[in-house]
Design a protein around this ligand. Structure first.
Ligand SMILES: Cc1cc2nc3c(=O)[nH]c(=O)nc-3n(C[C@H](O)[C@H](O)[C@H](O)COP(=O)(O)OP(=O)(O)OC[C@H]3O[C@@H](n4cnc5c(N)ncnc54)[C@H](O)[C@@H]3O)c2cc1C
Length: 267
């Protein structure tokens, strides 16, 4: 089946292989990005949500008015939030919700979705044709891994290494996407054709977390000086985590400050 009359052929063809490269002018061309997108879609999250949830244990119904009114937290409330964080009373940090829209390569989503205390919906490679957008590391992305498992350090790459990564990434993504297109044009189902696509193709999803699960995510997926239990995240998921943290810091500044002051340990 030829979808839209695209031309085909061209490219390298070994004996016994089918041509993989489409040469039609309207064939989608691969795009390359080195960043991730994170948008805050919706949030119901404030420091006062933590306070009324904590105070119900000693004040019962007296907390209802403040909770219903969404009363702003004051600087004097900082002490209670800090105490909850320090002593790891985690449940008051659950009465809130943040929904993020994320665009990132699939290898990032694979790590992301290990965080089970979150809700996810991702675009489907079965129900839609995937867009040819691929990740290629930026020049500032460190390339050399030294150290041992659990404590790797990443150091800058040489110019030659960067050139190799750039060319190899672009070539393999272009080749794989041409194979995908070729199969779609031949009428092969999207769910089968997609199996040749690489992990650096971008996907998109909504993820919803509360502050407690976000803190667990941030404690594991960011590397920040002064953290009690340092983690060694892959840089690309850390890029997502940093953007999510920036939104959260705006919404819950006292909670965010207490998280940092207590070594970024999830309560
Ligand atoms: C640097 C790094 C390297 C990693 N390397 C690997 C690797 O090589 N291989 C690999 O498979 N994974 C790896 N992971 C993933 C890791 O093991 C976790 O799956 C991931 O970080 C999610 O953490 P989490 O379970 O705390 O998060 P969530 O699933 O969001 O859980 C949050 C918290 O809820 C509780 N919880 C959730 N589910 C359960 C449960 N079933 N039982 C009891 N308590 C539960 C726990 O307290 C947990 O901390 C790595 C993660 C990092 C950060």
């Amino acid at each position: 089946m030829n979808r839209g009359g695209r031309g085909r052929a061209g490219g390298f063809v070994a004996p016994g292989m089918v041509a993989l490269v489409t040469d039609a002018a309207d064939a989608p061309q691969p795009e390359f990005r080195s960043d991730v997108t994170v948008e805050l879609v919706r949030a119901s999250a404030s420091d006062s949500d933590v306070l009324f949830a904590a105070r119900v244990s000693t004040q019962g119904e007296q907390t209802l008015e403040a909770a219903a009114a969404g009363t702003e937290a004051s600087a004097r409330d900082r002490g209670l939030i800090n105490y909850l964080m320090r002593d790891r009373h985690g449940s008051p940090f659950e009465h809130n919700s943040m929904t993020f829209y994320v665009q990132a390569p699939i290898f990032v989503f694979r790590e992301f979705m290990r965080h089970r205390i979150a809700s996810y919906n991702e675009e489907s490679g079965r129900y839609r044709e995937l867009r040819p957008v691929f990740y290629v590391p930026a020049r500032e992305r460190n390339l050399n891994q030294v150290g041992k498992p659990g404590a790797y350090e990443f150091l800058p790459g040489t110019d030659e290494q960067h050139a190799l990564v750039e060319v190899a990434t672009r070539d393999s993504a272009t080749f794989a996407f041409a194979a995908y297109q070729r199969m779609l044009e031949a009428g092969v189902a999207r769910e089968v054709a997609r199996i040749v696509l690489p992990l650096n193709i971008y996907s998109s999803m909504y993820v919803t977390m509360n502050a407690r699960s976000l803190m667990n995510f941030l404690s594991l997926r960011t590397k920040v000086e002064g953290t009690h239990f340092p983690s060694f995240p892959q840089r690309e998921i850390e890029m997502c985590a940093e953007k999510m943290e920036a939104f959260w810091r705006e919404l819950m500044p006292l909670t965010h400050a207490a998280f940092n002051a207590n070594g970024r340990v999830s309560p």
